[in-house]
Ligand binder design. Structure first.
Ligand code: SF4
Length: 359
């Protein structure tokens, strides 16, 4: 028997949201799935070399991951044209153009499976897409239908784990038999929301491991994906119009929900250098944070040169500031809209004011 056909999936963009489902689908068809290696300096540098300088960091990184897979000698690359996966909202245009950008930037690539995924086309569209992809590997439509069902079921299990508060990459580990739920539960004294795009937040290299660093400081972390879809989908009066791209909209809705419910001790917005939508999203969250001074807020921008030490210092300052503030609250220091001790924006300002409250 020859070696099984291999499909490579880049560890970037849609990987963080859909990998368990895609992997299950291909494996049920007898296809071996290979993900690109976790991000390294070399992968990022390769991506930077192949893209225009003003592209967003995740797009540069995607190119590096595709190159990594090409070097692994896979038979196909799976780079779908992700348009819409739920409701009416669509992904950022960079998602839509990925297969074209890759084809015109990198040479000597294996064939690209670039199926267009736009679930607005009707209830059977997901099944039709699976048929189009599955028929590359088998003519047996029952096998494709079975693979489709298995992948939907796996996606349900993945989402259930995430809704219980397990991070996306930890949920993947559990599904792949590398740990149990209790291994990934954290009981820190603070809880922060880290908002932004999952392909930035959950890539430990590009985010300078924000999540891991917060866990080490005794902080539990929630991300947008853990917030119930019903909450993120509710139309609220302050949202007369949805932010056009789905992940931007979800980050904004998550921030509003957390400001309203006060269910976390602080919010960090992780933004990516070169991301057009983030200029708007970050500004809108910042403006909201200015109005809701009860919630400490910080934005962190990542770029190709983001250093571990710089991120660690900012996170440590933010954590200290929130702890001081909570201690102040216990002693009766009032933190409200009229207070000049609000913890908004610039960490150094917040730290000074919190220290002042501490006496
Ligand atoms: S939303 Fe921003 S970071 Fe994400 S792909 Fe679009 S431009 Fe890049």
């Amino acid at each position: 028997m020859g070696r099984p056909i291999t499909v490579g999936i880049p560890r970037a963009f849609g990987f963080y949201l859909y990998y368990p489902m895609w992997k299950e689908f291909f494996e049920a068809l007898g296809v071996r799935v290979v993900a690109s290696s976790p991000t390294t300096r070399e992968i990022l540098d390769n991506g930077v070399r192949e893209t225009v300088s003003d592209a967003c960091v995740p797009l540069k990184l995607f190119h590096g991951h595709v190159q990594d897979l090409a070097d692994k000698d896979v038979d196909y690359l799976f780079i779908p044209r992700l348009v819409n996966m739920a409701r009416d909202a669509v992904f950022c245009p960079k998602f839509l153009g990925l297969p074209d950008m890759i084809r015109y930037s990198l040479d000597d690539l294996p064939p690209i499976i670039d199926v267009r995924i736009d679930l607005r086309k009707g209830k059977l569209e997901a099944l039709k897409i699976c048929y189009r992809v599955g028929s590359l590997f088998t003519k047996n439509i029952f096998k494709i239908y079975d693979a489709y069902n298995k992948s939907i079921s796996k996606f349900g299990s993945f989402k259930d784990l995430v809704k219980k508060g397990i991070g996306l990459t930890d949920a993947m580990k559990i599904l792949h038999g590398k740990g149990s739920e209790t291994d990934f539960k954290h009981n820190g004294e603070l809880t922060f929301a880290v908002l932004g795009y999952p392909y930035n937040i959950y890539d430990p290299y590009v985010s300078a491991d924000v999540i891991g660093k917060l866990h080490n400081m005794g902080v539990n972390v929630i991300t947008t994906e853990m917030i119930p879809d019903e909450v993120l989908n509710i139309d609220s009066p302050e949202f007369r119009k949805e932010a056009f791209w789905i992940l931007s909209h979800r980050a904004l809705k998550a921030a509003h929900y957390l400001f309203d419910t006060k269910s976390v001790d602080g919010i960090i917005h992780l933004t990516a250098f070169g991301c057009g939508p983030d200029f708007m999203v970050n500004k809108l969250i910042e403006l909201e944070a200015k109005k809701r001074t009860h919630m400490p807020f910080m934005s962190l921008m990542i770029d190709e040169q983001t250093g571990d030490a710089g991120v660690l210092t900012r996170l440590q300052a933010f954590v200290d500031m929130v702890k001081l503030r909570k201690a102040g609250e216990k002693e009766g220091v009032a933190w409200n809209e009229s207070s000049d001790l609000s913890l908004y924006g610039d960490v150094s300002h917040g730290y000074k004011t919190a220290a002042r409250a501490d006496g």
